[in-house]
Design a protein around this ligand. Sequence first.
Ligand SMILES: [Zn+2]
Ligand SMILES: [Zn+2]
Length: 429
Amino acid sequence: MKTKQKNHEVLWGLEAMPDGLPKAQGYWRQLHETGKAISELHDFNLINLSALEKYDILENAFGSDKSILEDEVFSLKAGKVKAALRFSFRESVLRSFIDNKLAYFAYPLKVFYSGPVFRDVVPDEYFLRQFHQIGFQVVGETDPIYDGEVIIAFYDFFKSLKLNNIILKIGSSGCHTCRGAFKHKLQNYYRNKLKDVCKPCARNFDINPFLLLSCDHEECRAVRSEGPIIFDYLCQSCNNHLKSVLELVEDNGIAYEPDANLVSTSELNNRTIFEFRTPEMPHPLAFGCRYDYLAEEIFKRPIPAVGGNVGVERTIEAMKRQNIEPRFKSKPKVFFLVIGDQAKKGALRLMNKLRLSGVAVVEMVGKKTLKAQIKTAERMGIRLALLLGQKEVFDGTVILREMTSGIQETILVDKLVEEVKKRLNNNND
Ligand SMILES: [Zn+2]
Ligand SMILES: [Zn+2]
């Protein structure tokens, strides 16, 4: 029982803000490298956004629904300004777009970013108080081609990770013209059926009827299957927009499922909404939508935009459940063994020489004995070690040791970089 509790604390951290640990660095690096590669291929520009956002920006971003703002946003004072830890990236993207006049840099602006997001939720295995996202956003265009570009970028991202059975669902949230009519139908349909749905759904009906579309309870699914669907209520231009997006995705040979239940609960999101899932995970790995009304609501500026985010922790978990090892391979390393205090200084100089020439060097020159150093090198699976003692410093040589065979050879310091590179390359073949 005690062990279980301990594991729980280690896993979630006391505040459900777990650290990404060195043992998982292969996954983290691979996700970031993949994001970077996709952003380059698809021409998204890297943007680094502050983890603090002005509180009133978030306040406006929630529109009339202030419950999430009060419950889930971490607020704090930053100087005299009321600020909040980043709740989501897109408000900050829009704020930066306006503040820094990024329209002069590119229009539409395509950005890529990564970093932590903070939400004061009741944590569980899938919902943390701090989690990480990698995202792509396009600011300044209503054209469905950009919805398509964003979806394709995410698809390529998951494909590059070699994830299997990727499920892409695409829906529509309509617009100010057509969404209202569907909402009305939905309310009429459910009003007399609240006794047939689960308790949370019955409660949610008055708060936001769109919440009932995503409930997974069996009885709610059964009620929903007879209900109205938004595809039947889309206005002509929303319908055309959706059709164009689906055609773009199809043209690129990407399988998708149109999903009538995928409708945003926020009035500030419109038209395209999409998610990427894998069967092993109960929640989407990536989610995105169009949000043409958001900038108007926050900044009183009509700036259309579309984009989405990958959940880093969830994607790593999906890779683990599919037994996909991270392909991010670190450089082959050499281990520098040092004997005696006299050799330390010379060792540091030689290590630096190697590092400047692009060779990764591991050392443990502290107080460890030679035996302990060799053990560590063996545990790390390192195949090439360099050995430096007082005699070698005096002679201007280094001993080169093949770790598996134990064969040693003395080489001149001048030939060090050349010899090490030659052997590392041979080892790699
Ligand atoms: Zn519409
Ligand atoms: Zn329900």
